[in-house]
Design a protein around this ligand. Structure first.
Ligand code: F0G
Length: 363
């Protein structure tokens, strides 16, 4: 009972990741904290899914879709906007497949700063585009992919007035590592395996850093093996070279030349992990499966690590009794078009009477 009360009061007082993990972050008392009380996302045990895929281990989903802008990006963005404001920048800019721009737009609105986002035209999920527009970001869609948009951001560069808030900004990675801290705090240990989707590769770099820092600080007694998954049509890390025309239904990870390439490779090799690729069919199947079996609604990119986990179980790589965590990076409502496609069905339209409804129910 006492443990429950402690948890409840902690949640009620939750002031965001900077307040909670300041000792591990590059902030001082002088840093103005721009927060939407991000973080503290649930770790959901997914027994039904594990049973369905024939595993015998504990799987926990770190459901990052429950952050304020419905993706993990808020962890890095609270720090990026706070540091930008601290040094007196006026404008933040980013390239994005959608979630970074949504988060940057929201935190910039809160900070009273101007936000400019550069997106691949026509390849942004509807919810994410709505967020950038709604928060008042100057929204520019280029005739090209994410890699082209990031190249433009790099060329524009950082000035006294402009702060780049892509994960090439090191404070973004610092903020994102707090998700690994939360996993260890809730489990009371580090997992044996951690699975996550990989696009620009900032998040796998951040998690690995977080797990290592907690281990070095004596907060955990082990390090997880890091398993990252890319979409087969956008898998430069697996193929070993940049992909000039990346393609996947998981638009969040439609990236051909990841900025944190080395960080991802280091995480996989130092942890005895793996970077793999899965097909769009496998991604959509996992996307649907986790919604049907667990009631957890994710965006397609999160289907990649689940599909990867299915392969690992099939290959006998996850020992019985392991503790496995997987980051569900974004909420399913971000991409309703993909969800309706993935569901593979439509509402049944009937006359407005009880008999017609009963017939559909099959009673
Ligand atoms: N999952 C989601 C939902 C994402 O939005 C992203 C990246 C990733 C996974 C991959 O993370 O890039 O750190 O390897 N989205 C970026 C964006 C690129 O612009 O929103 P990563």
């Amino acid at each position: 009972m006492r443990a429950l009360e402690t948890t409840a009061s902690r949640a009620a007082a939750w002031g965001g990741v900077i307040q909670t993990y300041a000792a591990y972050l590059p902030v001082t008392d002088a840093t103005p904290v721009i927060t939407l009380n991000e973080g503290n996302t649930p770790l959901i045990k997914a027994d039904n899914f594990v049973r369905a895929i024939g595993g015998e281990f504990d799987l926990y989903l770190k459901y990052e879709g429950l952050n304020p802008t419905c993706s993990f990006k808020d962890r890095g963005m609270t720090l990026a906007l706070s540091k930008a404001l601290e040094r007196g920048a006026k404008v933040v800019i980013c390239a994005s497949t959608g979630n970074t721009s949504a988060s940057a737009a929201a935190y910039a609105a809160r900070a009273g700063m101007k936000c400019v986002v550069i997106l691949p035209n026509g390849k942004i999920a509807m919810g994410k585009l709505a967020q950038a527009l709604m928060h008042g970001a100057t929204t520019i869609a280029v005739e090209g992919n994410f890699d082209a948009a990031l190249r433009i951001v790099r060329e524009l560069g950082e000035t006294a007035e402009i702060e780049v808030v892509n994960s090439i900004n090191p404070v973004r990675i610092e903020g994102q590592k707090t998700a690994a801290f939360e996993i260890c705090d809730v489990l009371g240990r580090a997992p044996d395996f951690h699975f996550l989707p990989v696009g620009n590769a900032g998040n796998i770099t951040a998690y690995w850093r977080g797990f290592r820092e907690y281990h070095a600080a004596g907060r955990t007694d082990r390090l997880p093996r890091m398993f990252g998954f890319q979409a087969a049509g956008a898998a430069p890390l697996v193929d070993g070279h940049p992909v000039s025309d990346p393609q996947t239904v998981a638009t969040a990870i439609r990236i051909g030349n990841p900025a944190s390439w080395q960080g991802a490779m280091d995480a996989a090799s130092a942890s005895r992990g793996h970077i793999g690729k899965v097909t769009d069919e496998e991604i959509l199947s996992a996307h649907r499966s986790i919604a049907r079996h667990e009631g957890v609604f994710i965006e397609p990119a999160c289907g990649a690590p689940l599909a990867g986990l299915i392969r690992c179980v099939r290959d006998g790589l996850i020992p019985q009794g392991s503790v496995v965590t997987a980051t569900m990076t974004g909420h399913g409502l971000k991409d309703p078009d993909a969800a309706i496609q993935s569901a593979g069905c439509q509402p049944v339209v009937v006359q407005a009477n009880t008999a017609a409804v009963m017939k559909v129910i099959g009673l």
